[in-house]
Write a new protein. Structure first.
Length: 261
């Protein structure tokens, strides 16, 4: 995804008086259409480069923000909180952090277009509309599913996909690792789509249970929602729940929200 996928949330939060930042991953500063014409920035994308970008943005703010991340961005949200950034975090349909070994069949099927070929780890992998439909918008009506594909689709980052799904089966330390016993970590909310094929509720529940620290970790499931929950009809309910929870539990009252997808 690109920052465009947050366009509705940005407008809604700004109307509530918040400054909203949606920093692009390195190379993703261009529009969706440009990335589809030239996907080479997707091929070069790495987790360390993403984390450097996000830490630079969040660390340069005058006060710790609400950090909201979706999918791989949910894992990056967890890493940022573990490293001391942010007043509070919300991870939506989050990719797992290191040690979460739950791999439901729907996730394997959703990931197959990328994982079927090891060479894809270093490629921008195109997804057909039918593949997109299964992975991202399985409970959308047909018109909305097609509209989101036309509006938001870019090829998948093979490297990020492999890190998100198979990192816990790869020997050695991983990029998406956190200290589950970090008592200094800011409060964290997992939001899960009940019908998410790519990052199903079982992954969110397992990820949340791994945290053993003396700080708040909660989970909220929205029945009937797909992986692309931030753009699904009824997204306002999810956005408002995330913001209300974050403001209530923030360690300091934030005046902005930073998002990652």
């Amino acid at each position: 995804m690109t920052p465009r996928s947050w366009e509705n949330w940005i407008t809604r939060y700004e109307a509530k008086g918040y400054r909203v930042l949606a920093p692009a991953y390195p190379g993703f500063e261009v529009e969706v259409e440009a990335l589809n014409r030239d996907p080479s920035p997707i091929e070069r994308l790495t987790v360390p480069a993403i984390m450097t970008r996000l830490e630079t943005v969040v660390g340069g703010l005058d006060a710790p923000p609400i950090i909201i991340g979706h999918s791989a961005g949910g894992a990056f949200t967890q890493v940022l909180l573990d490293r001391g950034y942010g007043a509070v975090g919300v991870a939506i349909d989050s990719a797992p952090t290191e040690g979460v070994r739950v791999t439901p069949l729907s996730q394997l099927k959703a990931s197959f277009p990328v994982l079927k070929n090891p060479a894809n780890r270093h490629r921008a992998v195109p997804l057909t509309y039918e593949q997109w439909r299964y992975i991202f918008t399985n409970t959308f009506d047909e018109a909305d599913a097609r509209a989101t594909y036309d509006r938001y689709y870019v090829p998948a980052s093979g490297g990020i996909f492999w890190d998100s799904v198979l990192a816990n089966f790869t020997p050695g330390p991983q990029d998406i690792a956190v200290d589950y016993h970090n008592d200094a970590r800011a409060p964290l909310l997992f939001i899960s789509g009940g019908e998410d094929h790519l990052m199903p509720p079982a992954i969110q529940r397992s990820n949340a249970k791994h945290y053993k620290s003396n700080t708040l970790t909660e989970i909220k499931e929205f029945p009937g929602r797909s992986h692309l929950m931030p753009a699904q009809k009824g997204w306002e309910e999810v956005a408002d729940y995330a913001l209300t929870w974050a403001v209530e539990h923030a360690t300091r009252r934030p005046q902005m929200a930073a998002t990652s997808a």
